[in-house]
Design a protein around this ligand. Sequence first.
Ligand code: PMP
Length: 355
Amino acid sequence: MTAHIRPDLDSIPAYVPGRSHPGAVKLASNETTIGPLPAASKAIAEAVELANRYPDNQSGELRAALAQFLGVEPANIAVGCGSVALCQELVQITCADPADEVLYAWRSFEAYPIITQVGNATAVTVPLRDHVHDLDALAAAVTERTRLVFVCNPNNPTGTAVGRAELERFLDRMPGNVLIALDEAYYEYLRMTPGDHPDGVELARNRPNVVVLRTFSKAYGLAGLRVGYAVGAPEVIAALLKVHIPFSVSRVAQAAAIASLEARHELLDRTEAVIAERDRMRTALLAAGYRVPVSESNFLWITLDAATTEFADASAAAGVLIRPFAGEGVRVTAGDPHENELFLRFATDPETAAR
Ligand code: PMP
């Protein structure tokens, strides 16, 4: 006889990670192509020497470094095993009854429906409008059971972003007892006009019901080490620390994150090259007749409708792995120029267009 497993897990969509294939170029998971900085590699090697000891469960040194960088207090910061763990922990600290609602736009980050169902809460979704968050519709979908709202800005997988003024208007309309999570995993790639730059940490400063999520996985290039952080009111942060899986952010991850934060100017310089490549790819794809919304992230969304799966399979056969969303479109990460050129050669080949 097999053990009893929650039957509702059967209906949970599996999180489908970007495929990898030996020898193929991987533009499927919004990672950086360049590996860690030498300073991070050195910190990693030193931290490994203490692998026999548990890490600091409070990530004290990393939180202090982040607090200084962001101009907040360490009590405003929680660290998690990737920001996806913090997304899950936010459901855990807000939802205690199956009727409690988690609200988010769709399509957005694939983990939201999974963590909501695993958290035994109810998902409420609102469609994007032209691939962009429809904040009016999102505000209109709030009920007295809404506990948590995710706003992914820039949005994964469409790459689009909403500006500060629109976001502020939305936050000001939200009831104070609803927690709003601004998921800024791609924050470092945002280049909106200075007056409309949507800096979640700034917006959360005087709004205790707003929490911001950022990560070292994307622009900081540490996806494999699993470290992200939340910035918010001390009460929210204290609750996150309670549901945190003990020691789930390793010593290696903490050390690499501190070293990368110290060397952030070097890392953030790299984002300029990625942004230039992203824009070059978009221009070439538009010229070839594809539909590609403006991106504020390190990836592009290509609307392909029914042709999606075939396009992604053909791209893989041409040696470039991208992320398909069946029936909708594909998401393509901006990699290095060589990788991007391989993809563009495939996508703009007249044979691909004729499919
Ligand atoms: N939020 C968004 C919008 C993401 O795209 C991702 C990664 N795909 C995450 C959070 C989680 O990133 P990580 O757990 O690696 O920090």
